[in-house]
Each structure stands twice: as C-alpha cells, then as structure tokens.
Design a protein around this ligand. Sequence first.
Ligand code: PMP
Ligand code: GLN
Length: 378
Amino acid sequence: MISKLPHVTTSIFAVMSKMAIDNDALNLSQGYPNFESDPYLIDLVNQAMKDGFNQYAPMPGDISLRDEISKKYYNLYKKRYDPDSEITVTAGATQAIFTAIAATVDKGDEVIIFTPAYDCYQPTVELFGGKTRPIQLKAPDYQIDWDEVSDTISNKTKMVIINTPHNPSGTILSKTDMEMLQSLVVEHGLYVISDEVYEHIIFDDHTHYSAALFPELAQRTFITASFGKTFHNTGWKMGYCLAPKILMREFQKVHQFNVFSVNHPIQKAMAIYLRTPEHYFGLSGLYQKKRDLLLDLMKDSRFKFVPSKGTYFQMLDYSEITDEGDRSFAEKLTKDFKVATIPTSVFNANEKDFKQLRVCFAKRDDTLRDAAMILNSI
Ligand code: PMP
Ligand code: GLN
C-alpha cells in the first residue's frame, strides 16, 4: 500500500513511555500526571452512568456542558461563545485540532507552525494535502520573530497554528505577540488554530493571553482545549473547540462523521464540575510548587534550564554533559539511569538537535525527588 504519510513513525510519546515501562524507569516523558483525578469528579461520572446517560450525546456535545464552557470564557475573557452554534465537545484536543484542520486545509495550502511544535500538527496538515511552513524558535526564550512570519506568508498560506502556553518549551505568547498575530491574519485573511490546552497552568506573574481576548483574531480562530490536561485525567480523552459560527459549522460537518459525539456520562459530570472555577484556578499553584521543587533539587546539576512559564513541562539543556544526539541520550537515560524524558529534536524542522530534553513534572513529589537524585548524578 502506498502510505499517505511516508515519513511518519510511531509518536515519540508512545515510544518513550513504552521504553520507560520496558526498562522499569521513572517516566517523566509522556505528559500525564501520576496522581489521581479528584474523587468527586469520578463520583460524578459514576453517578451520570447510574442516572442513565449511557447513550449517544448530542452531536456538538451535552448542552449543559456547552453552557458551562460558554460561561467560563465569558467570565475569564469577556468573550461570548454561543453554546448552540460556537462550541463542540471533542475526544480530547487532538481530535479538535484534527477536525479543525480537516475542515479548512485543502490540497496545496500552506500552514505556518512554530517549531518545536506539538507532534500532531504537521501530519494532520499533510493528510489533507497541505504543507507546513515551520518557523524555528530558539532557546532560551523561544521568541517569535514576526518579520519572519510576515515573510513566510504567501498567497498559499491558509492558516497559522499557535500553542500557548507552549509544549515543549514552557514559554507563553505575550499580549504583543497576540496583537502581531491578529494584525497579520486580518491583513492576509488567514485562519488560526490556537492550541490552549495548558491555559490554566501559568506560573509566577505571567498571564495567559487567549485568542478569545482579541476580537478580530477570535473571528478567525479555532481555540482548542483539553479537560485531560486540566483535571488530571488524560486517559478520558475529553476536550472542546470554540470558534465563530461560520467556522464551527464547517467544523461540525467533519466532527459528525469523525466521532459524531463523545463520552456522554463524562460530559454530564464535567458540566457540574466546571460550575466551581476553583477546580481549575488551583492548577497553577499546584504545578508551580512541583516546578519549583524539581528545579530547586536540580539547581546544582549539570543540566541547564530556564524555569518554565507555563505547561507542566521543563526543558533541560544537557550540552555541558555530552554532545551525543538527544534521541540516543534520552535512550541511555532511560535504559542505564532509569529516567525517561522526551528528546525534543523530533518537534523541530529537519529534527534539528539543540540538546534539549523535555521532562514532565506533573508527578508526585516522591517521583520528582527520585528523578532529581538520578539526574543530579549525571
Ligand atoms: N496540544 C498540546 C500542546 C498538547 O500538549 C496535547 C497533549 N495533551 C494536546 C494538544 C492533546 O490533548 P488531548 O490529550 O486532550 O488530546
Ligand atoms: N500531550 C502529551 C505530551 O506532550 C502526549 C499526548 C500523547 O501521547 N499523544 O507529552
């Protein structure tokens, strides 16, 4: 069979998590917590099952959940998304991103992405005949050069994909960045996917600038979000997409034949859980403590780092330790030292290697202590 994605291999997250299991290593690679979701939320899901919400949910999602999502965006960003026509509940952010790309990208279209980029963007664009135009961001600040973006836009450009807070670098886009993006996409008539799955994980005195805050940008943007990242249940694969009606109509045309609708009892439970904003407001404090614990423990190690500003990831520069490639170094760390990390060259154009490993600190404190002790010994 002729492959539609000849360059694609198994995702690095699957590869490194399997390597961690096979080698009995601490797993700081794939981004998921090793502590439990709130028992109250689990009870709510159980209750929804007992209450009989076990058949298909409505295609765009349960209306009580869409209402709560809409209220959240109004409360946080003063932007009203109509629950009836501008919100779809999805099987995680991955499906939201896939569906948004499927609904917009045609053969020959170009999509600007910023590398290191989350791994699903490029293959999905290519699956629909598009081509990504990567713009490389560089450590330590991973700033976007908006002149470079402007020079990269051509009459083939259809879309720009941003991700803030940014996986894997842990940086965030500033208000000025978002304003620059807004002016370019308005000028050139482009669509945007704003991948905001870490919107509630922001550290120190930083602010999350959602695309929802910028009216002309929001007019052209699909915002994607993940409950798994926010409520410690990545295995539930639940998220959502927000977009203006005219875009959401196209999104739902694809969504209905992609999954039709997603897990009904979890939607019922999330609708109740979201009514208490403290359930997501507490997240930054929780993860800031974990980031600080890890970095404090590692302050005398040979890894160099700039503290992450958001997400639950931290980049570690190992160039003082070895000039070995990041894939083989990550493999050695997993097999010989029993700590699994993510080599980040896989997220760069042409797999350019900047000697940076990504660790996930969404882990119990004892796991972080054990991992830091090992990393300090290297
Ligand atoms: N975007 C980014 C930047 C991510 O890190 C992830 C991984 N959680 C996703 C999208 C996908 O989220 P989900 O697990 O909800 O599909
Ligand atoms: N988002 C997670 C990460 O960045 C992985 C999700 C997945 O395995 N697809 O580690």
